[in-house]
Design a protein around this ligand. Structure first.
Ligand SMILES: NC(=O)c1ccc[n+]([C@@H]2O[C@H](COP(=O)([O-])OP(=O)(O)OC[C@H]3O[C@@H](n4cnc5c(N)ncnc54)[C@H](OP(=O)(O)O)[C@@H]3O)[C@@H](O)[C@H]2O)c1
Length: 350
């Protein structure tokens, strides 16, 4: 039996992260209670704290831990006590946030089993980014090959922003799906991205980057995922694309600057099977459950192939007590090809 109170990072009245004692909740139908071992940071964490400003909500999307208790209707074939699991929740909006000791999460959606070869710290980097990439690629391109059914004839895809968390996982999904992967990053990350499967890497600071990609793809590029979706990313993709146009999956919503290129935005929270009000009101519908199952199964099966590698991590020294520092590091634009990780056990005792 887990204790009744726990340490957690909650949203303050000012929209900042604070360490507090909060209640531990019990799992309801379709849910599990997870003892969190490590939590990963995403840009959404500080944005939700500041913009939604839901005082007292527990922050944190990404988690890795061990199933402590299962809800009454959760069959052994779905989740079991003692199982190592990782995934994401809609942190910063309710008591379900991953920056805590004991988290209630869905037993089926936004969650997968951790392979034996991964540490909890590595696994805590995968949830939000891994699910976002699958949802974005396969909702945007309904017939895109998958790691389970790779392309017989490779064609090019641009993973714009390859050194972001989304980018490192998108490069791998695209490569395992048999595609030729072209990506962009700062020069310091070129070798790293090649080690994750990128065929060609371009410096996004080069003013001619779009044209160079167009030349290299012989003017035939029609597929891209924009993992950054800010600043001049739309212009670079427009410069790189075929004169026939194409389709771009985006991480944030924005209008394409070319009439023959269509942008398709997806939001990962749709995969959690619950209503939400931030970043906009959304009511769940039956299609969501099907897609949530589909992507949880696809991510599990891809990981089980043994070729999908976790991204580099930056482990903060004081567990949950380092979250404020982690937010400042990320807001300062210092995150580069790395996932900030908090080990819960590193949190100093009072
Ligand atoms: N729609 C959804 O459901 C969803 C889900 C998750 C995240 N997101 C959003 O997706 C975006 C990426 O999230 P993330 O967690 O993957 O970010 P992240 O890992 O924190 O991104 C950091 C990386 O971004 C790269 N970068 C920054 N500006 C760039 C530019 N102009 N061109 C190319 N690369 C650039 C940096 O590359 P270098 O260091 O190489 O310069 C750095 O490695 C965020 O806006 C996030 O809010 C959306």
């Amino acid at each position: 039996m887990s204790p009744l109170k726990q340490n957690a990072i909650v949203v303050s009245d000012e929209g900042t992260p604070v360490l507090k004692q909060v209640d531990i909740h019990r799992p309801g139908p379709g849910e599990v209670l997870i003892k969190v071992i490590a939590a990963g940071q995403t840009p959404s964490d500080w944005m939700i704290a500041e913009r939604a400003r839901l005082t007292g909500a527990v922050l944190g999307l990404d988690f890795a831990g061990v199933v402590e208790e299962v809800g009454a209707d959760v069959p052994e074939t779905v989740r079991h006590v003692g199982e190592r699991v990782c995934g994401f929740v809609h942190g910063g909006t309710t008591h379900r946030g991953s920056f805590c000791e004991y988290l209630v999460a869905s037993a089926r959606y936004g969650i997968i089993a951790i392979p034996d070869s991964w540490s909890f710290e590595q696994a805590a980097s995968v949830g939000c980014a891994g699910f976002t990439v699958l949802q974005n690629l396969y909702d945007t391109y309904l017939d895109l090959p998958t790691p389970l059914t790779p392309a017989a004839e490779p064609f090019s895809i641009l993973i714009y922003g390859g050194s972001s968390s989304l980018g490192i996982y998108a490069i791998q999904i695209a490569k395992l799906s048999g595609l030729r992967v072209i990506t962009t990053a700062s020069k310091r990350n070129f070798e790293l991205l090649r080690s994750y499967g990128a065929d060609e890497v371009y410096d996004y600071n080069d003013p001619a980057v779009g044209q160079k990609i167009k030349t290299s793809t012989q003017g035939k590029l029609t597929h891209a995922m924009d993992t950054i979706s800010e600043g001049n990313t739309g212009k670079i993709i427009a410069d790189a694309f075929s004169d026939d146009g194409g389709l771009v999956g985006t991480a944030l919503p924005y209008e394409s600057i070319r009439a023959d290129i269509r942008n398709h935005f997806t939001l990962v929270y749709h995969l959690l099977g619950k209503d939400f009000d931030f970043p906009f009101p959304y009511r769940v519908n039956p299609d969501n459950y099907e897609l949530s199952e589909k992507y949880a199964q696809l991510l599990s099966a891809t990981v089980a192939l043994g070729k999908f590698k976790p991204m580099p991590t930056l482990i903060m020294p004081k567990g949950l007590a380092s979250v404020e520092e982690g937010f400042a590091y990320m807001k300062g634009g210092k995150v580069s090809a790395q996932k900030i990780i908090y080990r819960i056990a590193d949190t100093p005792k009072e």
